[in-house]
Design a protein around this ligand. Structure first.
Ligand code: IVH
Length: 679
């Protein structure tokens, strides 16, 4: 009997080791070696054995990551080695001053540093005794933190046991718990579906998930951990010569560490690292708020020591904040090309992401309702990269009594036409069409835009003035412009007026597909415009074709066909087109291809959807390559999609593809497929 039990015990132990190995591959290295179903089988087998022999369940069993009974409150844990904070550098001069102080103390000309991303998460300390994860705590005030052991145990990338050949008496690993951007988006989608609160950013989501008294809730949230240092230890194997060696050691013990960490030297090395990580920031799978520089040699670190609560051997070089608090002074609406009304928050100016922001989009009325944004509210404004600033969330605690609920206007604020909302749309629209100056401005801007008629220099300010002074009412008027009328506009020197006229002249030589796209027909984007040009071959054919015939063209459905027919039925549109042609706009026409002739191309009939960023080419280039081989690119994943190309940081299209079991291609596979079909 005893021997039997011993055998089961050994079997359980080897299952645990195997499962943890796969956990590490999957969660820490992002490189699973077995399919999920195989993993599930191993897990189920272990659970079965544990159910049959509950006395053999160990605290380090992977089955114990699912959370435990709720706590009444967190108890406290003292940090024997304090968890200090870092001083911040905001500008290059701060970094130069830091490096100078370091060199002065070390009497050195050039210092070797370890440069790392600064994770934007929650600092934690993990205590391993004899190789077993015993306790984990928050930073707290640096000296005493909260015991969040049960929650930390649910994080799959935190080892519950260290590898058997490395079981030091004591090792405290310090690092940051965070939520990957993709998991954050998925969590918020889920929260919306379940009518639960949404989180403003991954950091808040991570903090909220980690500070749960009920660890079964934490277990449902996907959190990640990255190690960046060591606290108390009694471990002869821990390298004590260099920070970088210590990190290699932690990685060998299966702690996730930042792949982007790098050894650099001198202030030049630091600043170029800052630039390089800054440019990768958007593409990283997690949020960072800067980089951290640490003197690499531990003896030198000790020489430098600490000032008050921060080390002198390390510094955080922060990126400009991407979020800031400010007040909504008003909510107004902007009218777009198709008459869509977009609510915009007018803000108390605030410095965020390196620029002063005064407006932020609120997308549509449903978003305002969901986020419950009111005039007068204090809000979090977010600006990531080149993206338009948006109101991320409201600080409800700061709501003023007189805060006002916003209502969509019943009339267009620009032309006073009626505003309508079609049943199947999220947006409200002005019904004024090209009578509405706002729509007219946008229509002209679209007409002149790069992928349409490509009139360089015809920007927003200029079009605004042209429409306001009634010099230009329709795109056709652009081709009637004279030097005097242009030069009379504000801030328009003779030379730039000449350049614009030149650009307008050059735009006359174009292609049919550009011209169709430039017309701004509702639901006709660039791809549809290309198809129409390809299959019909001439504008006259497009202007006279029936909606039934239009639907013979691949990807033209009833909605698009109807928009096209409606557009050309409009007398006004016909006149503008006539004038445009009379002004000398021309392109080559042809017979038009029958939809079947594409069948010879290698990817014809195949539909692709792109999500995430590709590292080797832009989205435009990818679309072009697919189109050249006869394939189609669609914006939405459906059962009919053949391939979803998944780049870095994919969006919800990825989840959709997974749920519909559509074939996924990573960038390499996609490139290989293109290569295979190259003619
Ligand atoms: S080292 C002695 N390295 O930043 C201080 N900290 O502003 C040791 N943080 O509380 C900290 N990424 O939570 C270090 N690569 C990194 C970090 C990092 C994020 C956090 C950490 C710390 C805070 C200080």
């Amino acid at each position: 009997m005893c021997a039997e039990i011993e055998k089961i015990k050994q079997q359980m132990q080897s299952l645990r080791t195997e499962i943890e190995q796969h956990n590490h591959q999957y969660y820490a290295l992002d490189d699973p070696v077995i399919p999920d179903t195989e993993y599930d089988k191993l897990f189920a087998r272990l659970q079965q054995l544990e159910q049959a022999h509950p006395q053999l369940i160990t605290v380090d069993s992977p089955t114990q990551r699912v959370g435990a009974s709720p706590l009444k409150e967190f108890s406290q844990i003292a940090h024997v080695v304090a968890m200090l904070s870092l001083n911040n550098a905001f500008v290059d001069e701060d970094v130069e001053a830091f490096d100078r102080r370091v060199r002065e103390v070390l009497l050195s000309n050039s210092v070797e540093y370890m440069a790392e991303p600064k994770f934007d998460g929650i600092a934690v300390s993990l205590r391993y005794e004899k190789g077993i994860f015993k306790a984990g705590a928050t930073r707290g005030d640096g000296y005493v933190g909260e015991d969040i052991t049960l929650n930390l145990r649910t994080i799959h990338s935190i080892p519950l046991v260290l590898p058997p050949d490395h079981s030091p008496l004591l090792l405290e690993v310090r690092g940051e718990v965070l939520m990957l951007k993709a998991d954050f988006l998925a969590l918020n989608e889920r929260q919306v579906r379940m009518g639960e609160k949404i989180f403003a950013n991954p950091r808040n989501a991570a903090a909220g998930s980690l500070r749960q008294l009920d660890s079964t809730i934490t277990a449902t949230r996907r959190l990640a951990f990255f190690a960046y240092g060591v606290g108390e230890f009694d471990d002869p194997d821990l390298p004590r010569d260099k920070q970088s060696h210590m990190m290699d050691y932690l990685a060998s013990l299966r702690f996730p560490v930042a792949k982007e960490a790098k050894i650099v030297s001198g202030v030049e090395g630091l600043l170029s690292y800052y630039q390089s990580i800054g440019s990768q920031r958007e593409n990283l799978s997690y949020d960072i708020d800067g980089v951290v520089y640490k003197v690499n040699a531990v003896l030198d670190q000790e020489k430098l020591g600490y000032v008050s609560r921060a080390p002198r051997f390390a510094i955080a070089h922060k990126f400009p904040a991407q979020e800031a608090l400010t007040q909504v002074l008003d909510i107004t609406v902007q009218v777009g090309r198709t008459g869509a009304l977009t609510p915009v928050a007018r803000l108390q100016p605030v410095f965020v992401g390196g620029v002063t922001v005064t407006n932020a989009t609120l997308h549509n009325i449903d978003e305002i309702t969901r986020k419950d944004v009111r005039i007068g509210d204090t809000v979090v404004v977010r600006r990531a990269g080149d993206v338009i600033p948006e109101v991320a969330s409201v600080i409800i605690e700061k709501r003023l009594q007189q805060a006002q609920i916003f209502h969509m206007p019943s009339h267009c604020p620009v032309c006073h036409s009626h505003v309508v909302r079609y049943a199947d749309e999220a947006v409200f629209r002005c019904t004024g069409g090209l009578f509405c100056p706002a729509q007219r401005k946008q229509a002209i801007l679209h007409f002149a835009s790069r992928r349409a008629m490509d009139i360089e220099g015809l920007g927003e300010k200029l079009v605004e003035q042209m429409v306001d002074h009634a010099i230009v009412r329709t795109p056709a008027d652009l081709y009637k412009l004279g030097l005097t009328a242009l030069a009379n506009l504000q801030r328009m020197a003779q030379k730039s007026a000449n350049n614009i006229l030149q650009a307008i002249e050059e735009s006359k030589h174009t292609t049919l597909s550009r011209f169709i796209y430039a017309l701004g027909i509702r639901n006709v984007g660039e791809t549809t415009a290309k198809d129409l040009a390809k299959y019909l071959g001439s504008l006259d054919r497009l202007m006279t074709i029936s909606d039934v015939q239009l639907q013979q063209i691949p990807d033209v459905g009833p909605v698009v066909a109807q928009s096209i027919v409606n557009f050309f039925a409009e007398q006004h549109n016909q006149e503008v087109i006539e004038q445009l042609r009379a002004s000398g706009i021309h392109w080559e026409e042809h017979e038009g291809q029958s939809p079947q002739s594409d069948a010879i191309k290698p990817l014809s009939g195949k539909t692709f959807v792109l999500t995430g960023t590709l590292s080797g080419m832009s989205r435009e280039q990818a679309k072009e390559k697919i189109a050249m081989l006869g394939g189609k690119v669609s914006g939405q994943v459906s059962k009919k999609t053949d391939y979803v190309v998944v780049g870095i940081d994919p969006g919800s299209k990825y989840d959709k593809a997974v749920s519909l079991a559509v074939t996924l291609l990573n960038e390499d596979e996609f490139m290989a497929l293109l290569q295979d079909h190259q003619q």
